[in-house]
Structure formats: structure tokens, C-alpha cells
Design a protein around this ligand. Structure first.
Ligand code: ADP
Ligand code: MG
Length: 259
């Protein structure tokens, strides 16, 4: 899908000096199952990374480790200079910097859109209600659904709900956004409206890691595509080279199945 004719790479700049995420020799197990193996990944500020790979390869686990929704057992994960350990204060600090959007939007069904957006700013950050609502409306305008503010999630389409979920993350002013298959649960006609919001975010300079099967998005927005298989990063490259000249046999097989 040609999702983003407005995507302008020249506007998307990557810092050459500031490291957003530094993962070194990271390993994780679920019980006996070795799910992530020797992951080394350095993400500079402003990078837009797409992670691709077959189901079960560890993509979700990897990005969930970045905000400690999952715990790693070996190696280091350093996010915006903060090392992730069992120290709850540091975990909180990292979560302040990192927003996450899931496949299933995870909105609170009994709260209005506006309440979904202001809940954490008011109760976690202590932002005054009027200010939190003003910020929420700003982001609802950014994702092009300010008129939905007083509806409940169940009254919105899937694409609208996902845009609310993105706006909700942005209300916490994150430096890094993680997306885990944000369009996989959407009907095809709604995918573009969500991807357009993500393109806009990229253009605004957000550091992003996106697990997605939308290879059009990867081509137009990512500066790096990472391919995972069986818990390892087995190949990474600029999108042009990644798609036209995949090196690894398993990458070739994967691309032949999805393109
Ligand atoms: P992907 O997102 O690439 O599909 P996941 O990170 O969800 O992969 O899963 C990687 C592997 O870890 C899969 O084999 C999955 O079954 C397993 N797994 C995921 N979550 C858990 C869990 N909480 N407990 C045990 N195994 C898990
Ligand atoms: Mg997954």
C-alpha cells in the first residue's frame, strides 16, 4: 500500500551522537525457553526502525523489554541514559520517556476518549485537569478526531480507537514511541489513517520502533529495517537494500511470503 505520499525523508533527521536506546548482549528466557538471544541494538535519537519477522520470532518480547513490560535476564538495556534494572524508580523514569501502542488499543471502555487521554496526566503526573484537557484536545486534533472527545471507545471505529491510543501516549510527552503491530487488528480501509498519523510523528522527529507488516510504511518512513527470526536479529539494513537485496535465506523467504 502506498501509504504516505507526504512522507518526506529529508525532514526526518537522525542524531549522530545521541543514543536513545542501547541494548547490549541481551538475553531473555520464558522459563526454559530462550526467547531472545544476544540482542545488540543501538537506536539513535530520531531513528525510525521497523522490526519485521515471522510470528513467534520475539518481536513483541523485544520491544516490551524496552519499557520493562518484560524483564530480561542477561545483558544491558539502557534507555535515554537510564539502565533498566529492578530499581522501580528507574523503571518509572524509563516509562515516562517511552510510549507504547498495542495491536488491541487497550483503551478504558468505561471512560470517554477525553478521560482516557487525561487519566494518566492527572493521576500519574499531577497535571491540573484543565491543562490535561487542553493537551488532550491538542493531540486529538493532531490525530484528526477532536470531535470524538466525549464519545466512548466502543462508539468509535477501530482506526479511530487506535488514533486515540496514539494520542493518549503522546499526552505523556514521550521521547520514544514503541508500536506493536498497531494496524494488524484493523480493517484495511482504516490502516492508512493510522499509518498517516505515524508518518506525521516521524516527520516531527519522534524516535520510533515499529513492529509492523506494513512494508510500504517501512519503505517510506523507516531509516532501518531489522529482521528477527527465532529470537535473534539476523539482518538489518536501510529499507532500499533490505527489500531489494536481502542477504539471509530466511529474510528472503519471509519477504517472498509477504510481498
Ligand atoms: P512475535 O511478537 O514475534 O510474534 P513474541 O515475542 O510474542 O513473538 O513471542 C516469542 C516467543 O515467545 C513465542 O514462541 C511465544 O509463544 C513465546 N512467548 C511469548 N510470551 C510468552 C510468555 N508470557 N510466556 C511464555 N512464552 C511466551
Ligand atoms: Mg508480536
Amino acid at each position: 500500500m502506498d501509504i504516505a505520499p507526504q512522507a518526506d525523508r529529508s525532514k526526518m533527521t537522525v542524531s549522530e551522537t545521541e543514543i536513545a536506546i542501547d541494548i547490549r548482549k541481551m538475553n531473555k528466557w520464558y522459563g526454559d525457553f530462550h526467547v531472545l538471544r544476544d540482542i545488540d541494538l543501538k537506536v539513535m535519537q530520531g531513528e525510525r526502525i521497523v522490526i519485521a519477522g515471522p510470528s513467534g520470532s520475539g518481536k513483541s518480547t523485544l520491544i516490551r523489554c524496552i519499557n520493562r513490560l518484560e524483564e530480561h535476564q542477561q545483558g544491558d538495556i539502557i534507555v535515554d541514559g537510564i539502565e533498566l534494572t529492578n530499581d522501580l524508580k528507574r523503571i518509572d523514569e524509563v516509562r515516562r520517556e517511552v510510549g507504547m501502542v498495542f495491536q488491541h488499543f487497550n483503551l478504558f471502555p468505561h471512560l470517554t476518549v477525553l478521560q482516557n487521554l487525561t487519566l494518566a496526566p492527572i493521576w500519574v503526573r499531577g497535571t491540573p485537569k484543565a491543562e490535561a484537557e487542553e493537551t488532550a484536545m491538542k493531540y486529538l486534533e493532531r490525530v484528526k478526531i477532536p470531535e470524538q472527545a466525549n464519545k466512548f471507545p466502543g462508539q468509535l471505529s477501530g482506526g479511530q480507537q487506535q488514533r486515540v491510543a496514539i494520542a493518549r501516549s503522546l499526552c505523556m510527552n514521550p521521547k520514544i514511541m514503541l508500536f506493536d503491530e498497531p494496524t494488524s487488528a484493523l480493517d484495511p480501509e482504516m490502516i492508512k489513517e493510522v499509518l498517516d498519523v505515524m508518518v506525521q510523528l516521524a516527520q516531527d522527529g519522534m524516535t520510533m520502533i515499529c513492529v509492523t507488516h506494513e512494508m510500504g510504511f517501512a519503505r517510506q518512513v523507516a531509516n532501518r529495517v531489522i529482521f528477527m527470526d527465532q529470537g535473534q536479529i539476523i539482518e538489518q539494513n536501510e529499507p532500499e537494500a533490505f527489500f531489494s537485496n536481502p542477504q539471509h535465506e530466511r529474510t528472503q523467504l519471509f519477504l517472498s511470503q509477504i510481498l
